[in-house]
Every structure is written in structure tokens, then in C-alpha cells.
Design a protein around this ligand. Structure first.
Ligand SMILES: *Cc1c(COP(=O)(O)O)cnc(C)c1O
Ligand SMILES: [Zn+2]
Length: 461
């Protein structure tokens, strides 16, 4: 195998075997990358070569939207790969949502990752982490989750039976669609009395203590799988590079993976330029926005200003500030992939923005009306693109790809509260979070159980 794990810190760069189970550098504590010796690997001469695999879909590795690109994440032997047909998602143009964002007709595309087996993009990463877990013979895997990571890990464990699984969720705010998946896929589920950051802290400790394989996005193999979302975007554009990729930012695994994907493709000569990256925080969980846009923290070739970062977190702790947003998948105080995301922002000449829950839910309703249902966190990408369009940073003719990270049915409560037209329900669910109006509410109409009355109602609109 011509792959190894390498510390991302430029003054360390320690390397480790791919068969080691690590979530940080044992020497310095920094994050790890998977690094390849491309000169000794069969790299395709053009991305078009991947298209041939479409005709070979009876082979599960070619059916998978992750593993048909396996030459670009070559850390596993074919026989070790754990796949359940993830990543069969495609890029779709949306004139309706593009109009809402303020784009010219045809300039906006949605990469709808809700179509994955567990309903979120997380499956792209979990197939890679599960593969590595099998490579190292793990018997038990774990994750902390705001919901989608646990749903994803649970489906991989139950369909493949390669390992057992325990998931840690924060108490309280997990969306029911997601919790129901973990339970139904029979994952052992611990509701930690605390928030997501607490659950992640504990699962890292427990995993270290008990030799349990950790599947959060500190796992560098997971991010290898998530690179393929960008390969499919390029494929959807007939291998042309868009102007912008817009993605919600939570723990910042996706944005980190996207940056690595583009850096590698460029250095391999498979693309000739790199798109710009916009990472969108919820205003109620805006650590990256604060650090990057307000305090000018940059990757700086790996020499980022740790004093500013540490001061920020110390202030956050002192004020007992806790992330709070309806977009529960991105309700995170301390994004674990912060450094890698800063690196991706440098690679992709990136920007960071924050959007309110009001903007998120309005954008979500527009995504739904355009035929692509998504969960609240996903709509942050569309709300963010709209903001950048209004600011003039995105031009109406730019080619923009928004990532829709999770399916509409993950969190039906938020959707119904928004549309129902029931003020008490709205206030109870959304008003408490500063959402004032359902700008695009599509309320159900109550009607008597009577043909004449129904016809009257239908003629009214
Ligand atoms: C996990 C998740 C995110 C956040 O992604 P990160 O890689 O942690 O930044 C956004 N949206 C959905 C639906 C998610 O499940
Ligand atoms: Zn190191």
C-alpha cells in the first residue's frame, strides 16, 4: 500500500502506518491526513476514465458513488471495502432555487446528498471509516453525533455486521428522524446529559480507554470518503470546475475534505483550477465565522495564530456561551476540524458567512418548493449563497453549487412548525429561537367533511 497517515502540522509531519488506529498525532496532538505516494500508484490520466464504471454497476465497488473513485482514495484493498451503495447522488440544476438566491437561470446547482442510504452525506465518510475499521479488525465502533453520524454508523453496522456499535448523542435536541434511525438499526444508544461537544469529548475518552474504533470526523479515513462528493459535482458539470462550492459548516469535516480533494486533483493535473469555497455557519453556532472573518485567523502554512484561537475558546467558556440553532446538525461550539478547514479556505480562496435561523428556515422552504427537501442545516448553504449574492461576492452568472447535506424527513418537526399556520406551535418550536415569521408558509387548510365545502375552498385560491 502506498498510503500512510501524516500529521498536518508543518513542524511535525510525523507519519504513521495506515494500520494504526489514531485520531490525532501521538507526537504533537494535531490532526492527521491520509497521504499517498501518487508516483507509485495508478492515477487516471483524466477524470473521464471514471465514467466507464457506470456500465459496471453489478460490481458493488463500481455501484458506489464513493468507491468508483477508489483510485483517488487508495488506502484499502478491494476485498476490505465496506459498501452499502452510498454516494449515488447527482448534481441537479435548480432554476427555482437559483431565482431565490438571485442567480441567472441555470447558474445554481444543488448537490443533493439526502439521497444517501441513511439520508445524509455522512454515508460518504462512514463507508471509508467502516472500511478502515474492518482493515484493523475492529470489533466495536463508536461516534458522538447530533444525529446523522449515528444514523449512518448504525446503518453500516447493521447491514454489514462487521462490527458492533455504540452511539453517543447529546440529550434533548436530537431530531426524531435521526434518533429513530439509530434505534431502529439497533445501535446501542447513550444519551449523554450534555450537548454535542460534551458527547464528543466523552466518546473520545471512552474509545481511547476501551480500544473502541472512533468514527467521528477526527477520523482521517472518513474525510477520504467525503472527498468524492466533489468528484461527483465535477462529474455533474461534465468535469468543468464551478466558481463556488457552498457548504454548511458544523464540525468542518466536509469543508476540510473538499479542500483536500481539490488540492490533490490540482497537483495530479486532473483539474486546472480550484473553485472558491464558502462555509456557512448558523449565527447561533458561529465559531468559524468569528475566528476567520472577525479575528482574521488563517491557516498561514500551518502556523495559524493559536493564541487568538485559544483566547476565543477561553472567552467562550468564561461567558458560558453555548451554541444554539434550529439547525441542530451544525450546533457545535468547538469544531474539531478547525485547522483543516482553515487550510481548505486557503486552498480555495474561501469565505465564511453566518446566517440566522430565520434565513435558514426561509431558504429551506424555498428548497422544498423547488422539489429538493432538506433539513434545516442543509439550507444554510442556500441562505449563505443568497447572502453572498446580495453582497456582490457571488456574481449572478457564476456557477454555484450548494451542498444539500441531509434529507427533509430527518427533522419534520421544524418543517411542520414552520408551515402549519398554528401560531402556538410556531412560537413553541421556532419563536423561542428568534424566528419571527414563516415567510413562505404553506399552511394546511381545515375544511368540513363535505363535498360542497371542499369545492368552495378549492375555488377560493
Ligand atoms: C454533519 C452535518 C453537517 C455538518 O457537517 P461538518 O462536516 O461537520 O461541517 C451539516 N449538515 C448535515 C445535515 C449534517 O448531518
Ligand atoms: Zn504531529
Amino acid at each position: 500500500m502506498h498510503a500512510l497517515q501524516r500529521c498536518i502540522a508543518p513542524l511535525c509531519r510525523a507519519t504513521y502506518d495506515v494500520s494504526d488506529v489514531l485520531t490525532s498525532c501521538p507526537d504533537c496532538g494535531s490532526l492527521l491526513d491520509i497521504d499517498y505516494d501518487w508516483d507509485r500508484l495508478p492515477v487516471p490520466s483524466s477524470m473521464r476514465e471514471f465514467e466507464a464504471r457506470w456500465s459496471n454497476r453489478r460490481n458493488p465497488l463500481d455501484l458506489s458513488g464513493v468507491w468508483r473513485f477508489r483510485d483517488l482514495l487508495p488506502f484499502a484493498r478491494d476485498e476490505d471495502i465496506v459498501t452499502i451503495g452510498e454516494g449515488q447522488t447527482i448534481l441537479q440544476q435548480s432554476i427555482a432555487v437559483g431565482g431565490y438566491v438571485g442567480m441567472n437561470p441555470g447558474a445554481l446547482y444543488l448537490q443533493y446528498e439526502g439521497l444517501n442510504p441513511s439520508g445524509s452525506f455522512k454515508d460518504n465518510g462512514m463507508t471509508a471509516a467502516s472500511t478502515h475499521a474492518r482493515m484493523v479488525g475492529a470489533k466495536m465502533a463508536a461516534c458522538a453525533s447530533t444525529g446523522n453520524t449515528s444514523a449512518s454508523l448504525a446503518i453500516y453496522a447493521s447491514t454489514t455486521q462487521v462490527f458492533k456499535v455504540v452511539v453517543f448523542v447529546g440529550s434533548g435536541k436530537i431530531a426524531y428522524g435521526k434518533l429513530s434511525q439509530a434505534l431502529d438499526y439497533n445501535a446501542r444508544t447513550l444519551q449523554v446529559l450534555g450537548d454535542f461537544d460534551d458527547a464528543l469529548q466523552r466518546v473520545r475518552e471512552v474509545s481511547g480507554e476501551r480500544g473502541i474504533y472512533l468514527c467521528n470526523s477526527v477520523n482521517p479515513f472518513r474525510l477520504e470518503g467525503q472527498k468524492t462528493i466533489m468528484y461527483r459535482v465535477l462529474e455533474g458539470l461534465n468535469w468543468q470546475v464551478p466558481d463556488w462550492i457552498v457548504v454548511p459548516g458544523g464540525n468542518l469535516g466536509n469543508s476540510s475534505a473538499f479542500g483536500k480533494a481539490f488540492a490533490e486533483l490540482k497537483s495530479l493535473g486532473l483539474i486546472d483550477r480550484i473553485p472558491r469555497l464558502a462555509v456557512i455557519n448558523a449565527a447561533g453556532a458561529n465559531t468559524l465565522y468569528q475566528l476567520y472573518e472577525e479575528r482574521d485567523v488563517r491557516w498561514d502554512g500551518g502556523m495559524s495564530d493559536d493564541d487568538t484561537i485559544n483566547t476565543f475558546f477561553a472567552e467562550m467558556d468564561a461567558s458560558q456561551h453555548k451554541a444554539s440553532t434550529l439547525a441542530s446538525a451544525i450546533e457545535i461550539n468547538r469544531p474539531v476540524n478547525l485547522k483543516k478547514c482553515l487550510r481548505a479556505l486557503e486552498t480555495c480562496d474561501g469565505v465564511v458567512r453566518q446566517v440566522t435561523d430565520q434565513e435558514i428556515l426561509d431558504a429551506k422552504a424555498q428548497v422544498g418548493a423547488g422539489g429538493f427537501g432538506c433539513e434545516p442545516a442543509s439550507a444554510a448553504s442556500v441562505a449563505g449563497a443568497r447572502l453572498l449574492r446580495r453582497e456582490g461576492i457571488i456574481a449572478p452568472s457564476d456557477r454555484v453549487v450548494c451542498i444539500l447535506t441531509g434529507h427533509q424527513l430527518k427533522d419534520p418537526d421544524a418543517t411542520v412548525a414552520y408551515h402549519a399556520g398554528d401560531r402556538a406551535l410556531f412560537d413553541a418550536k421556532l419563536g423561542t429561537r428568534g424566528v419571527e415569521h414563516a415567510t413562505f408558509a404553506n399552511s394546511p387548510v381545515v375544511v368540513d367533511n363535505n363535498l360542497q365545502k371542499i369545492i368552495e375552498v378549492l375555488e377560493r385560491r
